[in-house]
Design a binder for this molecule. Structure first.
Ligand SMILES: Cc1ncc(COP(=O)(O)O)c(C=O)c1O
Length: 390
């Protein structure tokens, strides 16, 4: 009896070995709670998760809402609230239809593994999010990645790879590790020339870019040039959940075949109400977006000419080579009350470690100056850490 207890506790050998390996190479992840005053780390770009207006509009409605959705959308989990929110989302983002998902991860996994099939060919930007990679892997299609944002490499790959099935082009509109935008118009043109279908993840663009924060793909959506767009609510919209913007036909297909949509409990009413409030916020307070853009401008001005700063904002990378070095720098800055996080392999390729700096509408210029103090520091210990990168 005690033998079998120990056996279960210790788990399969490969699990122990995988953890031991992470421990040995200093990459063991663990959950931490950092409560620092100055936020340069969260995805809460517009400060909606801390907005008093959001708090008020949601809490006014809470007493009247049921706590759980009690089932999948195809069973008890559907509601007038879910359907009206989908109509509002479709309307706001100028799409024929919208379909809610419980998270951006679910939306990407569900969409890509359902609409793309074995025999299809997919060209994907090498920097797309893990959830898109997972969904593509599950699709069973042939996957060909092209160098990040490199149209020439994409064209080269297009000559080398063919299929009798459908061809797809998969990218993000704004990459949250490199902090750069995709050449969306060029991607759409190539997709049109070749008859490929374009899928864009706008997780980090919605709220930050475009008219009222409608994202970078908004102009292309107006012209029906995107097959499907993934929008998430856990970043600039300050809540959680996601939706896919697509045609009514694709929505119907997903409702029928997408397991990540069918076999899960639907978002509860308080989540739907929060998402609705976030949409109303975007329409009502365009100044939040201008304050974010102002901070981006200020940070760029102050870092002009610094080769170690990557990105166009709101996300920037301070390139600091080596896991130990980037972790040390993060610890130094955190000890000054500033929340920045080190990004290391496997999230980014080894050798491209960085401190990720996310700007927000609510950051003050004084806060940015404090951070710049570290970036521009002449302290020999600090300069030695980042100069290894140049
Ligand atoms: C580009 C991108 N897509 C999708 C997701 C997943 O979204 P969610 O956090 O809602 O699951 C993330 C999250 O980090 C992301 O960065």
């Amino acid at each position: 009896m005690s033998l079998s207890f120990n056996y279960q506790q210790s788990g399969p050998k490969r699990i122990r070995e995988a953890l031991a390996e992470r421990q040995q190479n200093g990459r063991l992840r663990s959950l931490k709670q950092l409560h620092l005053d100055i936020d340069f780390s969260s995805n809460d770009y517009l400060g909606l998760s801390r907005s008093a207006w959001m708090q008020q509009s949601i809490s006014n409605k809470l007493p009247h809402l049921s706590l759980g959705s009690t089932g999948s959308r195809l069973l008890n989990g559907n509601s007038p609230l879910a359907e009206s929110l989908e109509s509002k989302l479709a309307n706001f983002f100028h799409s024929e239809a919208a379909l809610l998902f419980n998270s951006g991860f679910d939306a990407n996994l569900g969409l890509l593994s359902t609409v793309i099939r074995p025999g299809d060919l997919v060209f994907l930007d090498e920097a797309i999010h893990a959830s898109m990679h997972k969904g593509l892997k599950l699709s069973g299609a042939t996957l060909v990645s092209f160098r990040h944002n490199d149209i020439e490499d994409l064209k080269l790959k297009a000559v080398l790879h063919k299929t009798a099935g459908e061809i797809w082009l998969v990218a993000e509109s704004y990459y949250s590790m490199d902090g750069d935008q995709a050449p969306l118009t060029l991607l759409a043109e190539i997709a049109e020339q070749h008859g490929w279908r374009l899928i864009i993840d706008e997780a980090h663009a919605v709220g930050c870019f475009g008219e009222l924060g409608k994202g970078l793909g908004h102009p292309l959506r107006l012209d029906n040039r995107i097959f499907a767009t993934v929008v998430t609510f856990g970043k600039a919209l300050g809540t959680h959940g996601a939706c896919i913007l697509c045609t009514s036909h694709t929505k119907e297909y997903l409702i029928n075949y997408c397991k990540a949509f069918i076999y899960t409990t639907a978002l509860p009413a308080h989540s739907l109400t929060s998402i609705e409030a976030a949409l109303a916020f975007l329409e009502r307070f365009p100044k939040a977006q201008s304050r974010l853009q102002d901070n981006i401008r200020y940070f760029k001005e102050q870092t002009t000419g610094l080769q170690e700063i990557l990105g166009t904002g709101p996300v920037f990378g301070w390139m600091i080579k080596g896991e130990q070095a980037v972790r040390s720098m993060a610890a130094i800055i955190q000890s000054g009350g500033i929340d920045v996080r080190p990004i290391v392999a496997p999230t980014v390729p080894k050798g491209l470690e960085r401190l990720r700096i996310s700007l927000h509408s609510f950051n003050t210029h004084q806060e940015i100056d404090l951070l710049l103090g570290y970036i521009k520091s002449k302290d020999p210990f600090i300069t030695e850490l980042w100069q290894k990168h140049l």
